[in-house]
Design a protein around this ligand. Structure first.
Ligand SMILES: *Cc1c(COP(=O)(O)O)cnc(C)c1O
Length: 355
C-alpha cells in the first residue's frame, strides 16, 4: 500500500439494479415506469433552444419549485428540488440528522439509508419489520435522532395508513421525520396533508417512478419553511447548481399534463392488480403491494433459480441476496405485453419444474 492510500476515504457503496442493454429484453428490475413521459415533455425537448445551455441554470430552480408549490398547494418556500430524490434524501441526512442519538429506520427498507448514514457518520438503528413485513409504528416510540421510512415501503410495497404515519409523527415531535414517498402515487395517501400540523415533517417524492422521468433526475422535498431554508443553506454550501436547465423545464412540462399522469397511473395499477391474481395462481405469495412492483416468493421454487432462468430469457427482475429477502423476487410492473411475456415464461417454467 502506498502512503497516500491511507488518506483515501473507503466506503461501501449502494449497488443499483443492472441497466442491461439490448433490443428484446424486458426490464422489470429497477421500478422504472414502462410508459413514456408526458407528450409535452417530448415537444419541449425538441423545441429547446440549445444556446441556453451556455448559461448557468437558475440556482433556485424557481420554475420547477413554483410549479410544484402550485400543484401541491404549498408556498414556494416549502419546496426543495434536487437531482433525483436520492440527492434530496442525501442532503436531508446531512442537514437534519446531527444528533448523537441514532436515526431510526426499518431493517428491510431502501438500502441507501444505511449507506448515507455511514458516509456522513450518522449513528442509526434499524427496527425489524413484523413477520408480515409490516412497519410497527409503536417501535418508533423511543429516543432517537430522527426517523425515516419509505411509504409505501421498498422492497415490500406495503403502505402505512395516514393514521399510522401520524402515529409515528405524534411520537416524534422532537426530531425530524422524513417520509420517502417515491411510490405514493400508485395508490397511497400522501403525508402532505399533515404538514400544517407537523413542522418537523419532510415529505420526499420523485419524478423517477410515477412520472416516467428517471433519466432526468428530479426529486423534491416539501416541508415547513424552516426545514426548506436549512436544506437550501446546505445545498449552497457545496453546489449551487444541482438542477440542470433541461430537467427544470421538462419537469414542469410533466407536471402540467395531469390527465396523462392519471391515465398512466391507472394503467399501471390495473396491471399490478391483474399480476397479483396471476402470481397467486402460479403459487406465489407476496405482501399486498401499493407500489409499482410486487415482492413475490414461490412456494416451491427458490427465487434465485427463477431469477437466473428469467435472466437467461432476457427478463430482468431484482433479486436481493440477503437474509429474509433471498427467497423473493422484486418484479416491477411493466406494460401489459411485458407482463404477459413474463407470465408465459413462468407458466412454462413452473410446469416443467413440476414434471
Ligand atoms: C427509487 C427510490 C428513490 C430514489 O429515486 P430517484 O430516482 O433518486 O428520485 C428513493 N427512495 C426509494 C424508496 C426509491 O425506491
Amino acid at each position: 500500500m502506498k502512503a497516500w492510500e491511507a488518506n483515501i476515504r473507503r466506503v461501501v457503496p449502494y449497488v443499483p439494479g443492472d441497466q442491461p442493454k439490448g433490443e428484446r429484453l424486458i426490464k422489470l428490475n429497477t421500478n422504472e415506469n414502462p410508459y413514456p413521459p408526458a407528450p409535452g415533455v417530448r415537444r419541449v425537448l425538441q423545441e429547446m433552444d440549445y444556446d441556453r445551455l451556455r448559461k448557468y441554470p437558475d440556482p433556485a430552480a424557481l420554475v420547477l419549485t413554483d410549479c410544484l408549490a402550485d400543484y401541491y398547494g404549498v408556498g414556494r418556500d416549502q419546496v426543495f428540488v434536487g437531482v433525483g430524490s436520492d440527492d434530496v434524501l442525501a442532503m436531508a441526512f446531512l442537514t437534519f440528522f446531527n444528533s448523537d442519538k441514532p436515526v431510526l429506520f426499518p431493517d428491510v427498507s431502501y438500502s441507501f439509508y444505511k449507506v448515507w448514514a455511514d458516509l456522513f457518520d450518522i449513528p442509526y438503528e434499524t427496527l425489524a419489520l413484523d413477520e408480515n413485513f409490516c412497519i410497527r409504528p409503536q417501535d418508533y416510540l423511543k429516543e432517537n435522532g430522527g426517523v425515516i421510512f419509505p411509504n409505501p415501503n421498498a422492497p415490500t410495497g406495503l403502505l402505512l395508513s395516514l393514521g399510522q404515519v401520524e402515529e409515528i409523527l405524534r411520537y416524534n415531535s422532537d426530531v425530524i421525520v422524513i417520509v420517502d414517498e417515491a411510490y405514493i402515487d400508485f395508490g397511497g395517501i400522501s403525508a402532505l396533508s399533515l404538514l400544517e400540523q407537523y413542522e418537523n415533517l419532510l415529505v420526499v417524492q420523485t419524478f423517477s417512478k410515477a412520472r416516467s422521468l428517471a433519466g432526468l433526475r428530479i426529486g423534491f422535498g416539501i416541508g415547513s419553511p424552516t426545514l426548506i431554508q436549512a436544506l437550501n443553506d446546505v445545498k449552497y454550501s457545496y453546489n449551487s447548481y444541482t438542477m440542470n436547465m433541461p430537467s427544470l423545464v421538462l419537469g414542469v412540462e410533466a407536471v402540467r399534463d395531469e390527465e396523462y399522469f392519471q391515465n398512466t397511473l391507472k394503467k399501471i395499477i390495473a396491471t399490478r392488480e391483474k399480476a397479483k391474481v396471476r402470481l397467486r395462481k402460479l403459487g406465489f405469495s407476496y405482501p399486498d403491494s401499493m407500489s409499482n412492483f410486487i415482492f413475490a416468493a414461490h412456494r416451491q421454487v427458490p427465487a434465485k433459480e427463477l431469477f437466473e432462468a428469467l435472466r437467461k430469457r432476457q427478463i430482468y427482475v431484482r433479486y436481493f441476496d440477503q437474509p429474509r429477502l433471498d427467497n423473493y423476487l422484486r418484479i416491477s410492473i411493466g406494460t401489459e405485453e411485458e407482463m404477459e411475456e413474463l407470465f408465459a415464461f413462468l407458466e412454462e417454467y413452473l410446469d416443467r419444474w413440476k414434471a
